[in-house]
Design a protein around this ligand. Structure first.
Ligand code: GDP
Length: 366
């Protein structure tokens, strides 16, 4: 007797025999899950604000598979007429400056005014580290559970130009899905700021006080790009140091040439962690938008950016096709050796490779 409860002398509940498991509850489920949405379905979903469809489209944008790329381009093209209606804000700062803490509170502040927020990231190091820490949901605890938020970490494959282009395209999709606020996060240490600057309306630089010589280590170029500088961690006994840094940044900015917008970048202190001074930071950003929409710079900057991305995309595609060409792949190591052993000058070697590509090789598509 398998179950003592089923003994005839046992007074109590009986255990019934079970039924055999069918091979699959729904044999179509797996098949249906794997089916890829068509560009038309993706666009329809995106325009309805369907986050799953948006995510799938972004995955296509990020994919290196040529077929996915073609589909992605179709989706982007169809979404373009519905894009452009967001405030695009770039946020940069060195690791530890408090970007994710701040984005969490800035984001909630923005969402209180209604609308939706997309948080994207550009991290050129993510190819090496295989997985980006920027735009990581676990670092934005409050936003990551907010229903009106879409958080996407940095695309990981390819050159900085490629990574940035994908983020630029993702902005289009997010806007078509009704996201009227877009944050683009990046690390304030290298080339990536230029890429972010070229896709946002407002560029916010997060700084820290209390490291001695405040202006040390900040690339002048990054400061020059900033539309606003905010000094984080102005809390506890750090307040006076933050204020000192604020004064130093203000006087440093006075030596900079006037900005193309005519806007004078402001310097504020705040605390992301203790949520102090957040409305003030946001009212500065509101003032900026009023100012640049008023004087026409907002549209001018967006047009400049469109032109920039046209050339960036041409450059990226040319470079990509050149280096991925099998003939070129074969000849480059030889040319490199010739250059290293002084048998060929760098310029002649480069010209030989380029001549080979442009004159003798039929470009491959993809
Ligand atoms: P990120 O690397 O720029 O994204 O910086 P994080 O947001 O991860 O912050 C780095 C560290 O600084 C964390 O330990 C935060 O808790 C801390 N932090 C962030 N904002 C503040 C702040 O306003 N005040 C203080 N005291 N600490 C902060």
């Amino acid at each position: 007797m398998e179950h003592p409860e089923n003994d005839s002398k046992y007074i109590g509940l009986q255990v019934n025999g079970g039924v055999a498991q069918p091979p699959s509850v729904n044999p179509y489920l797996q098949h249906r899950r794997r089916r890829m949405a068509t560009p038309g379905e993706l666009v329809e979903g995106i325009l309805k604000g369907d986050i799953t469809m948006l995510s799938r489209a972004v995955t296509l944008v990020e994919s290196l598979v040529p077929e996915h790329q073609t589909m992605a381009q179709e989706v982007i093209e169809k979404c373009l007429p519905y894009s452009g209606n967001s405030r695009r804000i770039g946020i940069t700062g060195v690791p530890g400056a408090g970007k994710s803490t701040s984005i969490d509170v800035f984001g909630l502040h923005v969402l209180k005014q209604g609308g939706k927020l997309a948080v994207l990231a550009i991290d050129p190091s993510s190819e090496r580290t295989k997985g980006s820490i920027l735009g990581d949901k676990t670092r934005m605890e409050k936003l990551s559970v907010h229903p009106d938020t879409f958080i996407r970490p940095s695309p990981s494959a390819g050159s900085l130009g490629g990574v940035a282009r994908k983020t630029r395209e993702t902005i289009v999709l997010c806007e078509a899905a009704g996201f009227n606020n877009v944050f683009v996060e990046t690390v304030g240490v290298g080339q990536s700021e230029t890429a972010v600057h070229s896709m946002v309306d407002f560029f916010l630089l997060i700084q820290l006080a209390g490291t001695g010589d405040e202006l040390q280590g900040i690339k002048r170029g990054i400061m020059e790009m900033a539309d606003g500088i905010v000094i984080n961690k102005a809390d506890g006994d750090n307040v006076s140091r933050a204020q000192l840094a604020q004064a130093q940044f203000k006087s440093a900015l006075q030596l900079f040439p006037p900005t193309a917008s005519g806007w004078k970048p402001e310097v504020l202190t705040y605390s992301g962690y203790y949520e102090l001074g957040i409305p003030e930071v946001w009212s500065m950003i509101d003032r900026y938008f009023d100012y640049v929409t008023g004087n026409g710079y907002f549209n001018r900057r967006r047009q400049e950016q469109s032109r920039y991305w046209m050339y960036e995309t041409i450059n990226e595609k040319l470079r990509d096709r050149f280096y991925r060409n099998t003939e070129i792949e074969k000849v480059l190591p030889t040319l490199e050796r010739e250059v290293l052993s002084d048998r060929l000058s760098s310029f002649i070697a480069a010209r030989e490779a380029l001549d080979l590509y442009f004159d003798n090789i039929k470009p491959t598509h993809g």
